[in-house]
Design a binder for this molecule. Structure first.
Ligand SMILES: Nc1ncnc2c1ncn2[C@@H]1O[C@H](COP(=O)(O)OP(=O)(O)OP(=O)(O)O)[C@@H](O)[C@H]1O
Ligand SMILES: [Mg+2]
Length: 234
């Protein structure tokens, strides 16, 4: 398993949001974490990367217990993270943003992997010197994912990559996420509410409600509008 999460709980102050979540992710899987607004999806991601401490339970990454490890150590071990809202430095160039990925990520075995980034996102090579702030939402999302890939992660966590992006670009990003698993064996956990992105990218879906995982479904099941309506705010 790339990641094993066992009875994990977490929250803010004394308020528990994530309530006893367990799941595991295999190499090359694209796991979608879906669910309505405010159910705790981002809180779960923040706990997995170490931005929030666990209140209980455990997290194992490639067989090592990382539950108590600080965020920067998890990143160096190979956990990549694009937060909701992307976290792009808008006053830096595209290239300047990508270089940031070198220091955050894991440079142990491999050198910074720009070729792979440019293969997935050619626009980042073409517009290397452009200010990141002048990019469209979709291009900024590609830049944020590319910046994480520079550091050679084994696992990539994406929090709502479709947010604020035009529908035609959503599909393109979804296909690229799928290819990251198929062509590179990368493992991805993607928080999403966008049906198109889930259907093009995900190999498996877990559904969150009130801080817990309440169902596991095949992404194809979301083709049924009744199922989609039950699990997403569509
Ligand atoms: N920094 C914070 N301090 C206190 N409570 C928070 C904080 N961030 C989120 N919460 C609360 O935790 C709950 C879960 O929020 P979270 O952001 O994890 O949901 P989400 O599923 O990611 O929602 P969305 O789909 O809108 O992004 C909400 O009730 C929210 O108000
Ligand atoms: Mg969220």
């Amino acid at each position: 398993m790339v990641l094993s999460v066992n009875n994990l709980s977490a929250g803010y102050g004394r308020v528990k949001i994530v309530q006893g979540v367990s799941f595991a992710v295999k190499p090359g899987e694209i796991l979608a974490v879906i669910g309505r607004n405010g159910v705790g999806k981002s809180t779960l991601m923040k706990t997995l990367v170490g931005e929030l401490p666990a209140m209980g339970g455990g997290i194992a990454f490639l067989g090592s217990d990382i539950t108590g490890r600080p965020a920067h150590e998890r990143a160096h071990m190979g956990v990549g993270y694009v937060p909701q809202g992307r976290g792009i430095f808008s006053r830096l160039s595209v290239g300047g943003n990508l270089v940031m990925g070198e220091t955050v990520g894991r440079m142990r075995r491999l050198k910074a992997n720009y070729e792979r980034v440019y293969r997935f996102f050619p626009v980042l090579k073409e517009r290397h010197r452009q200010m990141a702030g002048s990019f469209s939402g979709g291009q900024q999302q590609q830049l944020a994912i590319g910046r994480v890939l520079v550091g050679n992660p084994d696992l990539v966590l994406l929090d709502e990559p479709s947010e604020g992006i035009q529908p035609n670009i959503v599909q393109e990003i979804g296909r690229t996420i799928r290819r990251m698993g198929e062509e590179e064996g990368l493992t991805v956990i993607v928080v999403e509410q966008n049906l198109d992105l889930i259907r093009t990218a995900a190999t498996r879906c877990i559904v969150m409600d009130k801080g817990a995982i309440v169902a596991e479904i095949d992404p194809k099941e979301l083709d049924d509008p009744a199922v989609a309506k039950r699990y997403l705010a569509v």
